[in-house]
Design a binder for this molecule. Structure first.
Ligand SMILES: NC(=O)c1ccc[n+]([C@@H]2O[C@H](COP(=O)([O-])OP(=O)(O)OC[C@H]3O[C@@H](n4cnc5c(N)ncnc54)[C@H](OP(=O)(O)O)[C@@H]3O)[C@@H](O)[C@H]2O)c1
Length: 336
């Protein structure tokens, strides 16, 4: 038995990744692909890697057509655009997995960080944050998934097992590096990278819109207000996030004890791998996979955790399909 699935924003970086995963998914039939597009075009003519494998036509988005064709819809759209469409699909009884930030935080915080009034406030409370390692039970019953951001995925997975050890009033420092695809296909940073400008730089220190998302989820897990400072960087690679996270810890916790805690926390998780003591993760082992690799070291009064993901997979499309698998009762690793 297959479900009928659509991807809105199919020509973008994450949309294309979703399509590629769905083509090898045994429980899915792709029935609709859409984006902003001048004329209907065979998807395999838009995506070189899908040549001769995806015959379906990608069209300009028509919500009624998507509703007629699909049971579940992925929204791989920019933030502030998803919220214009998600409500219509939900009202028609469709399951929705939104990759944008539109349903991840409350509407006041959203307005403060995304500089726009939320257009679908009513549905924010219905959204489940789609991080399976924390919210699998809720995801199973959800109709609307707020798929986590890429930096928050790498950070939250790295911090959660140590949250009880976080020093009272201590500030978690997140120093994260992303490949250029994190900014979307048409961003100036991608275009200059593709032209050969292989630069690296920090940006938006403590002003990045993913910071409140990290704080919200970590505070919910800790059951107290968590303080966190986040500096993102762009590095000269196409895909991957490497986050180094400094967690001030209480007392004299031994590295072995913390390591055991991480191993125990993730022992049944199919996509989180904890490195052995003395080893640290690297991007090359996670790029093109749905894994999050985590390594740690205690140094002075800090637990330093290094976390690596592919921003387009565990940080976006892979996690979105993982969420679909959980929502629909499929094997969680199917297609991934
Ligand atoms: N890139 C990442 O690593 C990453 C990670 C996690 C989450 N996300 C989030 O995922 C979402 C998609 O990101 P992305 O990197 O895939 O962006 P992208 O490469 O810029 O793709 C955006 C897609 O949305 C389409 N689109 C834009 N406005 C539209 C509209 N009004 N109606 C129909 N289609 C529209 C675009 O069509 P055209 O190409 O024809 O304009 C394109 O297919 C964003 O919200 C982003 O923040 C991205």
């Amino acid at each position: 038995m297959k479900i009928k699935v659509g991807v809105v924003g199919a020509t973008g970086y994450t949309g294309e990744e979703i399509v590629k995963i769905l083509t090898r998914h045994k429980n899915v039939e792709i029935t609709s692909l859409s984006a902003i597009i001048d004329k209907p075009t065979k998807f395999s003519d838009l995506c070189e890697e899908c040549k001769d494998t995806v015959d379906i036509i990608c069209k300009e988005l028509d919500t009624l057509e998507v509703i007629g064709a699909c049971e579940l819809v992925f929204l791989a759209l920019p933030h502030t655009i998803s919220m214009q469409f998600a409500g219509q699909f939900l009202k028609a009884g469709k399951k929705v997995i939104d990759l944008s930030a539109d349903y991840r935080i409350d509407d006041k915080t959203y307005k403060q960080w995304y500089k726009k009034e939320h257009a679908d406030k009513g549905n924010i409370k219905n959204a489940v944050y789609g991080l399976p390692e924390l919210y699998r039970k809720k995801i199973k019953k959800a109709s609307l998934i707020a798929n986590p951001g890429c930096y928050p995925t790498a950070t939250i997975l790295a911090v959660v097992p140590a949250i009880e050890a976080l020093k009272k009033n201590g500030t978690i420092i997140v120093d994260a590096k992303s490949g250029v695809s994190g900014a979307g296909r048409n961003s100036p940073v991608v275009l200059s990278f593709l032209k050969g400008d292989h630069d690296a730089k920090a940006y938006k220190i403590s002003e990045h819109q993913h910071q409140p998302e990290m704080i919200k989820i970590l505070s919910d897990v800790a059951n107290r207000d968590v303080k966190l400072m986040f500096t993102p960087h762009v590095i000269p690679t196409l895909r991957g996030i490497l986050a180094t996270i400094y967690i001030p810890i209480e007392g004299n916790l031994k590295e072995e004890m913390i390591f055991e805690k991480y191993k125990e926390f993730y022992k049944n998780e199919p996509f989180v791998r904890v490195c052995d003591i003395g080893k640290l993760p690297s991007l090359k082992n996670v790029v093109n996979t749905n894994f999050c690799d985590i390594g740690l070291k205690v140094a002075d009064k800090y637990l330093v955790v290094v976390s690596c993901i592919d921003n387009l997979l565990k940080g976006a499309a892979g996690q979105a399909v993982q969420n679909m698998n959980i929502m629909c009762g499929f094997e969680e690793k199917e297609g991934l």
